[in-house]
Design a protein around this ligand. Sequence first.
Ligand SMILES: NC(=O)c1ccc[n+]([C@@H]2O[C@H](COP(=O)([O-])OP(=O)(O)OC[C@H]3O[C@@H](n4cnc5c(N)ncnc54)[C@H](OP(=O)(O)O)[C@@H]3O)[C@@H](O)[C@H]2O)c1
Length: 202
Amino acid sequence: MERLQLDYVDLYLIHTPFNPEHRLEQWRALVELKGQSKVRSIGVSNFNESHIEEIVAAGFPVPETNQIELHPWSQKPNLVSYLREEAILPIAYSSLIPLSTWRDVEGQDSAETDQMKADGRQEDSPFKLMAEKYGVTESQVLLRWALQKGYPVIPKSTNPQHLRQNIDLFGFTLDEEDMAAIATMDRGDGVAWAIGDPSKVA
Ligand SMILES: NC(=O)c1ccc[n+]([C@@H]2O[C@H](COP(=O)([O-])OP(=O)(O)OC[C@H]3O[C@@H](n4cnc5c(N)ncnc54)[C@H](OP(=O)(O)O)[C@@H]3O)[C@@H](O)[C@H]2O)c1
C-alpha cells in the first residue's frame, strides 16, 4: 500500500486456484486484511464451485466477488447461477474476445481458436450487425451485454478512443431479442489463457 500510496485497497483477489495446498491459507490472509480494514472487499478469480465450497467448508466467509472469463462465447451458466445463489458477484474479464482485433499483438498468447478468429472477422458477425442496429461499436455491444447480465466489466485499452467507447455504455439497451440470440452463442470454456480455462483445475 505504501508503494500504491493508498491507505486501503478497494478489492483484493486471489488470482487463480492453482495452489491447492495453500488456497485456504491465501484466503485466511485476505480475511485478516479485511479485518484490519486494509482492504474493503475480498474475492477470488477463476474459482469454480468446488474451490468456493472448500472455503465454505473451512468455515471462512465466502468471497464477495469471483472474477472470471465471461463473454458471449464463454457464458458459464452453471457457475454464474451458483455464484448468484451464494451472493458472490461475478466480474467479467476478457469481455472483448469475440472482436477480430482482440489482443492482435505479437506475444499475447491465448487459446482462441482459428475458427473464433475467423468468426470475429465475418462482415455479418452478429456483433457487427447489432453494433450497426444500435449505432455503437462491437466492443460497446459486448460490454453492454455484460452490464445487462449484471456483470461489472474491466476492459483494458491503451487507445484513448477505445477508452472513451468502453465507458460510454449507458445510451442504449440491447433488446430482449438480441439478449436471447446471444444466450444461444455459448461455446463453453474460456480461451483468454493459453493453457485453457484456469477455473477447470482441481
Ligand atoms: N483474472 C484473470 O485471470 C484475468 C485474465 C485476463 C485478464 N484479466 C484482467 O482483465 C483486464 C482486461 O483484460 P482483457 O483480457 O479484457 O483485455 P486484453 O485482452 O488485455 O485487452 C483488450 C484488447 O481489446 C482491445 N480493445 C479494448 N477496447 C477496445 C475497443 N473499444 N475497440 C477495439 N478494441 C479494443 C485492446 O486493444 P487497444 O489497447 O488497442 O484498445 C486489447 O487488444 C486486465 O487488465 C486484467 O486485469 C484478468
